[in-house]
Design a protein around this ligand. Structure first.
Ligand SMILES: [Zn+2]
Length: 391
């Protein structure tokens, strides 16, 4: 294997507080980092860097772990730009719009679904995302959910079965019948391709009892749980996530004190998705309240054609800082180490010996520029699995 030393790092974000001087980012100034194969093998001050086969000097720029986007819906067909335009003209978002994408997805070929999903993964990579979770949820038949997960599993190991996204039209008036399908034959077909089970626990989608049944069935099939919780209004999702031991409760826009205490006590990550609020012109989650309660906060895009058609983690960071009053350091941590925590991963979202060699070079001297310069493409190079993916 060829080793590479990346030198001239003005500010290195390690997310290892033992390595650096500043919590939570573990910053090292005037740093270097050595990659061997697909792993980081050394991190420290540039003057102490060991020799390597190759050297890349980044000229004083900031280097940070690749973004970990722990919530994305990338397997779909069509778009909903007319719905978006109507919403911007004053109509409100409702869960039923998902059905539009379901119809288009069912009508698409496997190749069309794979092309769209891989285009979005490439778009993410160009913006610094090196780990992405991808959900099913726009097929809602045994065959269409399984093929969505087959498409997703060709692109990531973090695949999520979301048959319980919405009750499809052919089950109108028979939600119980659809629940039997989701927890039975559909789960059997999807589990081989999935690492996670998820449910849209929301008014108009799945109530607490139905959502619990979905998550428990998935867990019995060997999948770990995550939950779409408390997005559109108060509800049982966050408490249910705590009850079943989910890794993450996602959205968390409408939480009461009991919900927050339940997340904190159970160690459930709260994954905040401010692009969804931005794109639906909705109130943002209260990140400060979660952080004050000691809840681990992650940031993700929620990239999907309905409520947040953005693949940009830098934009999510900028919104978290500007609209949710997170500090730049908190937001960058949440988009890297926080996302890793939401996926129960300790090999990504961090730069220390043994970690995946997934990293970003910013055309900026510090991580804070991600929020300070919203909308500017600062990601100038990306390394994934030790290879320069974008340069
Ligand atoms: Zn979602």
């Amino acid at each position: 294997m060829t080793s590479t030393v990346i030198s001239g790092i003005g500010e290195l974000v390690t997310n290892e507080t033992t390595a650096g001087d500043t919590a939570p980012l573990g910053l090292v100034r005037d740093a270097a980092l050595v990659i061997d194969g697909d792993r980081v093998t050394w991190v420290g001050p540039g003057v102490a860097a060991p020799a390597a086969d190759e050297r890349v000097d980044v000229g004083g720029r900031c280097v940070l772990p690749g973004f970990v986007d722990s919530h994305a819906h990338l397997v779909f067909a069509g778009d909903r730009v007319e719905e978006f335009s109507a919403r911007m003209a004053g109509r409100s978002y409702a869960a039923g719009g998902i059905r539009t994408t379901v119809a288009a997805t069912r009508a698409a070929s496997d190749g069309e679904l794979a092309t769209t999903a891989s285009r979005l993964v490439a778009e993410m990579l160009a913006q610094g995302t090196t780990t992405v979770e991808i959900k099913s949820g726009y097929g809602l038949t045994v065959t269409d959910e399984a093929r969505a997960l087959a498409v997703a599993s060709a692109l990531t190991s973090e695949t999520t079965y979301l048959g319980a996204h919405v009750v499809p039209p052919e089950f109108d008036g028979d939600a119980a019948g659809y629940l039997d399908l989701v927890t039975g034959p559909m789960l059997d077909a999807c589990a081989p391709y999935a690492r996670w089970v998820d449910v849209f626990c929301e008014r108009g989608a799945f109530d607490a009892d139905a959502a619990r049944a979905v998550l428990r069935a998935g867990q019995r099939a060997g999948l770990d749980a995550r939950v779409h919780a408390n997005q559109l209004g108060p509800g049982p999702g966050a408490r249910l996530a705590a009850e079943v031991g989910a890794a993450s409760a996602d959205h968390c826009t409408h939480l009461d004190d009991g919900d927050i205490a339940a997340l904190a006590d159970a160690g459930v990550v709260a994954t905040l998705l401010p692009l969804a609020e931005f794109c639906t012109r909705s109130p943002y989650p209260d990140a400060r309240r979660l952080l004050a309660a000691g809840v681990t906060v992650a940031l993700a895009t929620d990239c999907n054609p309905g409520s947040a058609y953005s693949s940009s983690m830098p934009m999510a960071i900028a919104l978290a800082v500007r609209e949710m009053r997170m500090t730049p350091a908190e937001a960058v941590w949440a988009a890297t180490a926080g996302g890793a925590a939401a996926l129960l991963r300790d090999d990504v979202g961090v730069l220390r010996p043994g970690a995946n060699a997934d990293l970003i070079v910013l055309d900026a001297p510090t991580h804070a520029h991600l929020a300070y310069r919203p909308g500017v493409p600062l990601v100038t190079a990306v390394w994934k699995d030790g290879n320069p993916a974008i340069r």
